[in-house]
Design a protein around this ligand. Structure first.
Ligand SMILES: [Zn+2]
Ligand SMILES: [Zn+2]
Ligand SMILES: [Zn+2]
Ligand SMILES: [Zn+2]
Length: 558
């Protein structure tokens, strides 16, 4: 190939471009260029990653009650983490021959239905250690006394958060590290006492702050550096500042009122085109210390990659969702890491040359395998000699190539989750009809209750000081979706300590809101509102924000 190519997505029929760099990557991986656009490819992967939709059910082996990301209606055999990782069952028992007269993916789908599945993605062997007293978590390791946290590790006393790591005594965070006493944060790191903050670094005891660093005691402030005692960007004497803050703090109605006031106020200030930090030659958002990334989001310390979401330490990888860590030459993977030469896998770890497989650890040269460890030269959970493996693998690869599937992720029919249970719906939401049109499933039946509340939203005291311990025995109802939820004793203690009103909305609505505040996983072409130079940003052209290019922004903000 000598030039970029315009292609039509086989699925959504939209145009997309395959760049020259892309062709050389695909060549390196030995796959043809994809027939699907990046967004359709993301969706295929996303239906293999359910982080936040949890169900209670039973381990099929030891019968203990557990939390699982698999709906009890799903056809899989679910094991608890201990049973799944034990030697009490043998994945090779389910091994089978490849039948070249039938589609490979049908045969892999049959294997998926019989091999036991691990209830949640929690690791007992994580480098961060086991999770302690933290049952309601997923994609998490090394956490202590945590509740409803997802995609995070090394936390203590952290609740209702996603993508938060190495943090303490915090709640309602999205994407951040080293938080202490923080609440309602999006992309806040190395901060303490930050409440309702976004894009903050090194901030202390501040609320309603946006695009700030090195500040302390600031309330309702935008684009400030190394300032203290500022209220709505105005410097105030300490006593006056404290008086104004005290008038709002702890009251639900005053907090909501200020939230709206701050939103309007913040629209008057220019924003950076992206929230990347120390990243060069990259497009995307929330990229940290990365180089040469294309259309990637929430990635740290990655290089020469494209279409990443929630990945750390990956090099030369395309289309990967979650994990990373010393990952190289991976294409179309979910939750895979410490691996190289991986194509189309969900959870490949410490492995090489693995294709179209699930839950493969410390293995090499496996194709279409499920839940193997220390395996070599296996296809559909059956062992082969090196020669036989090569011959058979080529046959399957040719079959997939003839269907334009080789190099893409598993087809939607194999998805273990419904679209609206997964990071797909969280990040690129669709209606039920749209989801079904794409060939994904939709779930109407979540394990949740509505109408069982013992305390109506209007009966919750406005100020946290007037809320009594008794609230932890009540059932509340979300003011947005009516879903019932509870306040745990640890959570109440946190609100009291932080002087925060009790939330009137359930975790799922709060989580969705934070993702909305984070912005879409989509890059728009726009012009710098100041110098008119073209920029790439997640702010759609019709959005009201004033968006500056990096140079203009840095000149404006001192
Ligand atoms: Zn498409
Ligand atoms: Zn068990
Ligand atoms: Zn809700
Ligand atoms: Zn500019």
């Amino acid at each position: 190939m000598t030039e970029a190519q315009l292609k039509i997505c086989q699925n959504c029929k939209r145009e997309f471009v395959i760049e020259l760099n892309d062709f050389s990557f695909y060549e390196k991986m030995g796959v043809p260029a994809p027939a699907l656009c990046p967004e359709c490819r993301f969706r295929r992967r996303a239906v293999f990653r359910n982080e936040t939709t949890l169900y209670s059910r039973q381990c099929a082996l030891c019968k203990k009650n557990l939390i699982s990301s698999y709906n009890p209606k799903s056809p899989y055999t679910i094991y608890c983490s201990d049973c799944w990782e034990s030697d009490n069952w043998d994945p090779y028992v389910f091994g089978r021959d490849y039948d070249s007269s039938r589609p490979f993916f049908d045969q892999f789908g049959e294997l998926m239905k019989v091999v036991p599945v691990k209830a949640t993605m929690v690791s007992s062997s994580s480098k961060l250690g086991p999770n302690v007293r933290s049952d309601y978590i997923n994609f998490a390791g090394g956490n202590k006394d945590c509740y409803l946290i997802f995609n995070g590790g090394g936390n203590e006393n952290v609740f209702y958060s996603r993508g938060v790591s190495f943090s303490k005594d915090s709640s309602d965070g999205y994407f951040g590290v080293k938080l202490e006493r923080c609440y309602e944060t999006v992309n806040v790191s190395e901060s303490s006492g930050v409440i309702f903050g976004q894009n903050a670094l090194g901030a202390l005891d501040s609320s309603f702050v946006l695009n700030v660093s090195g500040i302390q005691h600031c309330f309702g402030c935008v684009n400030l550096r190394h300032k203290s005692y500022h209220f709505l960007n105005e410097s105030l004497p300490k006593a006056e500042y404290q008086k104004r803050v005290a008038e709002i703090q702890g009251s639900y109605s005053k907090t909501e009122e200020f939230k709206n006031r701050f939103n309007d106020f913040s629209l008057k200030f220019p924003r950076r085109a992206n929230s990347n930090l120390k990243s060069v030659n990259s497009t995307g958002d929330y990229l940290v210390e990365s180089k040469n990334l294309v259309q990637s989001f929430e990635a740290a310390k990655c290089e020469d990659c494209a279409y990443l979401f929630s990945v750390k330490y990956a090099r030369d990888c395309y289309d990967i969702l979650g994990f990373g860590y010393d990952a190289e030459l991976m294409l179309e993977t979910v939750a895979s890491g410490y691996s190289s030469r991986i194509i189309g896998c969900q959870w490949a770890e410490n492995s090489q040359n693995i294709e179209y497989s699930i839950a493969i650890r410390k293995s090499e040269n496996c194709f279409g395998c499920n839940s193997l460890k220390n395996a070599k030269y296996c296809i559909l959970n059956k062992k082969y000699s090196v020669e036989e493996y090569k011959r058979l693998r080529e046959k399957i690869v040719n079959e997939l190539k003839s269907q334009n599937q080789y190099g893409l992720f598993f087809p939607p029919a194999l998805a273990p989750f419904a679209y609206n249970e997964t990071v797909g719906q969280e990040n690129i939401p669709f209606t039920k009809d749209e989801v079904l049109d794409y060939g994904f499933r939709w779930e109407d039946d979540f394990q949740m209750t509505i109408g069982k509340e013992t305390l109506k939203p209007g009966q919750i005291p406005d100020h946290i000081n007037d809320v009594t311990e008794n609230i932890t025995e009540q059932i509340l109802a979300c003011i947005d979706c009516s879903r019932n939820y509870r306040i745990t004793p640890a959570e109440l203690q946190f609100y009291k300590m932080m002087i925060l009103p009790v939330p009137r909305r359930c975790f799922y609505c709060r989580h969705r809101d934070r993702i909305k505040r984070r912005g879409p996983l989509k890059i728009y072409e726009r012009f710098c509102s100041y110098c008119k130079k073209p920029i790439k940003t997640t702010f759609a052209p019709e959005q009201p924000e004033i968006v500056y290019c990096e140079a203009c922004y840095q000149k404006e903000v001192i």
